[in-house]
Design a protein around this ligand. Structure first.
Ligand SMILES: Cc1cc2nc3c(=O)[nH]c(=O)nc-3n(C[C@H](O)[C@H](O)[C@H](O)COP(=O)(O)OP(=O)(O)OC[C@H]3O[C@@H](n4cnc5c(N)ncnc54)[C@H](O)[C@@H]3O)c2cc1C
Length: 457
């Protein structure tokens, strides 16, 4: 074990980065701008924390490897575990998915504050016996990097308490886990490096989320995906404490309301009486909260020469996804696992560590990036108007058929879920059995109405 690390941001990705480093470094210091609340409640540093956050099976598996027992702790704290597609009723532009008991993927649903607090408690318990000294500086803010253009040697931090004292924290590795508002591009430019280039695909989706308490508890989630003719959608899922979160979404011109009195009309426009009827039996326990910054944005830290020695950006600080696909937290977990594999292989002081770890982190998010960007490109502002070439037309034709088939074909559906739940790479969609069924069997839509019963039950 050798080396000292500093992590900027004590959110989910920061917590997972610490978990990855435990037992491999002498010390980790976490800098968190907020003070953590006593109870799992919303905090300012995670503004998206009021919105529905579903946790996919790919992320769960990574979390269990980093912090064994964390999923059981989440369920014990009230998080719901739902099998997909059995308990996650999904209407796609091709109709409803069949309600099969597949037993491959479970989705965890709870509020974001509960998830963060549980994972953090698990980390602190794990840290105690790890041999790594973990210190968390709450109400301290990172304000710049130390070092030069080729090597980062630490972090400048400032207290948020009166007096605003400043400190310098030397480190072998600075991990930027400060989320989508990361200021690291500016800090790197101040050291004389080029700021990372950004690739942005923005479907212009707006969200609004409101919490409800239903008269009768249900164990299923409902997802209504946007479709080209009506680019509006909804996700409705149980969380702890007997409450439900309803997240509404719409592309530019269809942004959902932030006035509670307009929510039922927006839901009615989605043309799904089941959801509207259910909503009418519920009592609102919060106002609707809006969120608009939902672009897919990737900084090219993973490119050749993208990071100096001693600096690594993870999760939202490096790459954000349109949240409609529910991938960001799972990518934070997969990135943590990738970091652990790198640090276990020779330690963080080995030459070229940062670049190697940055590429590994980018690979951990690649499936999420490809699926989110592939789906959003047609809606993106400034989308290319030039007619697609033959290869692109073939790809669109294939994935159009595959998505339709996935609603009802168990073989194609399983492959589709493996990829969208981040347990398999996109190449799984081209496996011979999947490709054969997609291409040869006739195209059929999914179910015409919501499947209220589980098949075979
Ligand atoms: C509306 C919405 C819905 C979403 N739904 C889902 C979903 O269903 N499933 C899913 O998996 N993902 C979802 N996501 C994505 C998910 O929220 C993010 O991917 C995830 O929070 C990333 O974690 P993070 O730790 O990188 O960043 P954050 O959670 O944003 O944490 C950043 C932390 O850094 C701290 N910080 C920032 N700057 C500084 C500084 N200078 N100094 C010190 N501390 C600092 C902040 O206080 C905060 O604690 C959603 C996102 C949005 C916007």
């Amino acid at each position: 074990m050798s080396g000292d690390a500093v992590v900027v941001g004590g959110g989910l990705a920061g917590t997972l980065a610490v978990a990855a480093l435990l037992g491999h470094v002498d010390s980790v210091t976490v800098i968190e701008r907020d003070r953590y609340p006593e109870q799992p409640v919303f905090r300012k540093g995670v503004p998206q924390g009021r919105h529905l956050h579903v946790f996919l099976s790919g992320g769960q598996r990574a979390l269990e490897r980093l912090l064994p027992g964390a999923i059981a702790e989440l369920e014990a704290a009230g998080a719901h575990r739902m099998e997909a597609p059995r308990d996650v009723l999904t209407r796609t532009p091709n109709g409803w998915h069949r309600r099969l008991h597949e037993g491959r993927h479970a989705v965890i649903s709870c509020t974001r504050p509960l998830l963060d607090a549980t994972v953090r408690a698990q980390l602190l318990a794990e840290a105690a016996g790890s041999g790594t000294r973990v210190e968390v500086l709450e109400a301290w803010e990172a304000v710049g990097l130390l070092g030069g253009a080729d090597r980062v040697t630490g972090l400048r931090v400032r207290s948020r308490d009166t007096g605003h004292a400043e400190r310098e924290l030397p480190a072998d590795l600075v991990v930027d886990a400060s989320g989508r508002g990361s200021r690291a591009p500016r800090w790197l430019a101040e050291l004389g490096r080029r700021a990372p280039r950004e690739e942005v695909i923005d479907a212009g989706i707006g969200y609004s989320t409101q919490m409800f308490r239903p008269a009768e508890p249900l164990r299923t989630a409902v997802v209504l995906e946007p479709r080209p003719a009506l680019p509006r959608g909804a996700a409705w899922s149980p969380v702890e404490g007997g409450n439900w979160l309803l997240t509404l979404a719409g592309v530019r011109g269809h942004h959902p309301p932030t006035d509670a009195s307009e929510v039922p009309d927006f839901v009615a426009s989605l043309d799904e009486p089941y959801l509207l009827d259910h909503l009418r039996t519920c009592e609102a326990v919060s106002p609707p909260y809006a969120y608009r910054d939902t672009a897919n944005r990737r900084r090219d830290y993973h490119a050749q020469g993208g990071v100096p020695e001693g600096f690594l950006a993870v999760s939202d600080a490096a790459c954000t996804f349109n949240p409609i696909y529910g991938q960001g937290m799972s990518v934070a977990m997969l990135s943590g696992l990738a970091l652990r594999e790198c640090v276990a292989d020779g330690g963080l002081r080995r030459p070229g560590f940062a670049a190697m770890a940055q590429r590994a982190v980018a690979r951990a998010g690649e499936t999420a990036w490809l699926t989110a960007v592939g789906a959003d490109r047609p809606y993106a502002a400034g989308a290319d108007d030039t007619p697609p070439g033959a290869a692109e037309r073939l790809q669109t034709w294939y994935f159009g058929r595959l998505a339709a088939r996935a609603t009802h074909d168990p073989v194609v559906g399983a492959a589709f879920r493996d990829v969208t739940h981040l347990t398999a790479p996109p190449s799984r969609l081209l496996a011979p059995a999947v490709a054969l069924r997609t291409v040869v069997l006739p195209r059929r839509p999914g179910l015409a109405s919501i499947p209220l019963r589980v098949e075979g039950a």
